[in-house]
Design a protein around this ligand. Structure first.
Ligand code: NAP
Length: 486
């Protein structure tokens, strides 16, 4: 069951008011949902700023976690990441704790909200992968002056987000899904998403499936956003693109979102806590309200969701706006909410409310080794070292150090560009080198003893900070080549 009932038959939802403008926007949403006659049992819990300040570094206390585990549905205001209290975002913690792997962010041209794109009929959804990619947040200073962030993407993660994007298209009667990646540069990580998309597209023959390079996608979104229907993309790309798309239809005040997983769904606006407006009763509650209508559909309250959307659109058609849309003659957050409530039962003339069907989620095999190759082979190792000497001096010295071992030095790269043997370029090197060693006899078997011998040989002269085995799976290279490497 996607949601739980209390003993009186009411649908249970964990409510997190959030920080900054959070209490104002969530309160407005709760009021409007109640006025629409939906019986919800709200279970209020905290997360974010005040929790960090109490010294809990995750920003999410155990009671809040237990409540979401129980109810399986949460409506959440924005959570601030206060500087100086804990390092991690409570938002990201919540998404990861409950494996809400999909962040669904629809944007649509709204009545009366004037933008440079008015009249073009923008109506699209960004489906952002929500738990992998650079947001794994695994970072290391590899030398005092060189930082690294690991971009982790899995086949399973790609498959479930791509499937969900196709299913969103099916549920909403949409015709097109674009997969936006940087697969041309990151062939293994972003390329995994592209390949998965191309493979799964054949299961959805009625949907036009197209791959697009992410930078061109940004360009196309600014030039002709109306061409897009559903865009599926990785975490970082989706974070940026979805703020861009919200700007196309009037800004963050109108951009809703849903974090969906196989077990839990958390509904929240795209925007943050906008602290400068906190308590001023001036901000736009529409983004959280629209997140609330996404939640109502998840709770099978399709009629109430439609009634609220109609009332909101009628309110906008009447020219009732908060200050983010209209400077002169704008209304307060509470007056805006009152107008929406007064308009419940009215239908919009201009805005076709979409028919929504239930979103089908297909949980994947829970095995951790989701991809099982028939064959695998280790063909070498990249040893990352810190040194201030020249690439030539480093290369010659490492070749000597490897003499008599099963390894030979194949090349050295500096931030991804091959610098030894030299290509004759003008690469400005830093003190961080990736030294690629391969087996002298390509047919021999690489053992850990041989690898440790290599590391101790290198370590005798250089500070090393990282080793990466070079693997082949089913005969396919499991590593990228450096710029300029053959
Ligand atoms: P923000 O809170 O989204 O605010 C940026 C700007 O967007 C505001 O200054 C305001 O623009 C506009 N805006 C946002 N929400 C609005 C609304 N409901 N109505 C009208 N205008 C709205 O982004 P931020 O200032 O970068 O982040 C503030 C805090 O929120 C940070 O601690 C950040 O970590 C956190 N955050 C949380 C979430 C989340 O909980 N999911 C998401 C993003 C950020 P004008 O200044 O032009 O009026």
């Amino acid at each position: 069951m996607r949601y739980q009932l209390d003993k009186n038959g009411r649908k249970r939802v964990t409510l997190i008011a959030g920080d900054g403008i959070g209490p104002e926007v969530t309160q407005a949403t709760v009021r409007i949902i109640e006025a629409a006659g939906v019986a919800i049992s709200w279970e209020e819990h905290v997360a974010g700023s005040e929790v960090f300040k109490q010294g809990l570094p995750s920003g999410v206390p155990p009671e809040t976690i237990a409540s979401i585990k129980d109810t399986r549905v949460a409506l959440k205001g924005p959570l601030e990441t206060p500087v100086g209290f804990g390092e991690k975002s409570a938002n990201v913690t919540l998404r990861k704790l409950f494996e809400t792997y999909a962040n669904v962010r629809p944007v649509r041209e709204l009545p009366g909200v004037k933008t440079p794109y008015s009249g073009r009929g923008i109506d699209l959804i960004v489906v952002r992968e929500n738990v992998e990619d650079l947001y794994a947040g695994i970072e290391h200073m590899q030398t005092p002056g060189v930082a690294q962030c690991l971009k982790l993407m899995s086949r399973k993660g790609c498959e479930r987000i791509v499937r969900l994007a196709f299913e969103v298209a099916v549920a909403e009667g949409r015709k097109k899904v674009h997969c936006a990646t940087k697969a041309n540069i990151m062939k293994l990580t972003e390329g995994l998403m592209k390949r998965t998309f191309e493979e799964l597209a054949s299961e959805y023959p009625n949907i036009d499936a197209q791959h697009i390079i992410i930078d061109n996608c940004a360009h196309q979104l600014v030039r002709t956003p109306e061409q897009f229907d559903v865009i599926v993309t990785s975490n970082m790309n989706g974070d940026i693109l979805s703020d861009l798309t919200s700007g196309l239809v009037g800004g963050l005040g109108f951009a809703p979102g849903a974090n969906l997983g196989d077990d839990v769904a958390i509904f929240e606006a795209v925007h943050g806590s906008a602290p400068k407006y906190a308590g001023k009763n001036v901000i736009n509650p529409s983004a959280v309200l629209l997140s609330g209508t996404m939640m109502l559909r998840h709770l099978d309250e399709f009629a109430a969701a439609q009634a609220i959307e109609n009332a909101l659109m009628v309110t906008l058609e009447e020219g009732c706006f908060t200050r983010d849309v209209k400077q002169d003659g704008s209304v307060s957050t509470t007056d805006f909410s009152d107008r929406v409530i007064a308009n419940l039962g009215r239908r919009t003339e201009q805005w076709a409310i979409r028919e929504h069907r239930e979103l089908r989620l297909q949980p994947l095999d829970s095995a951790r080794d989701y991809v099982r190759p028939k064959t695998r082979r280790t063909v070498g190792a990249d040893v990352f070292v810190e040194s201030a000497i020249s690439p030539e001096a480093l290369g010659e010295s490492l070749e000597k150090l490897a003499e008599g071992s099963v390894f030979k030095l194949k090349m050295i790269s500096n931030r991804g560009t091959k610098v030894y043997p030299t290509m004759g370029g003008m690469t400005d090197c830093v003190d961080h080198w990736r030294c690629r060693f391969v087996l002298r006899d390509a047919e021999s078997k690489l053992t850990d003893v041989a690898l440790l011998d290599l590391v101790s040989r290198v370590g005798a002269s250089y500070r090393w900070m990282h080793i990466e085995k070079l693997e082949e799976f089913d005969g396919q290279l499991g590593f990228s080549r450096a710029q300029g490497e053959d």
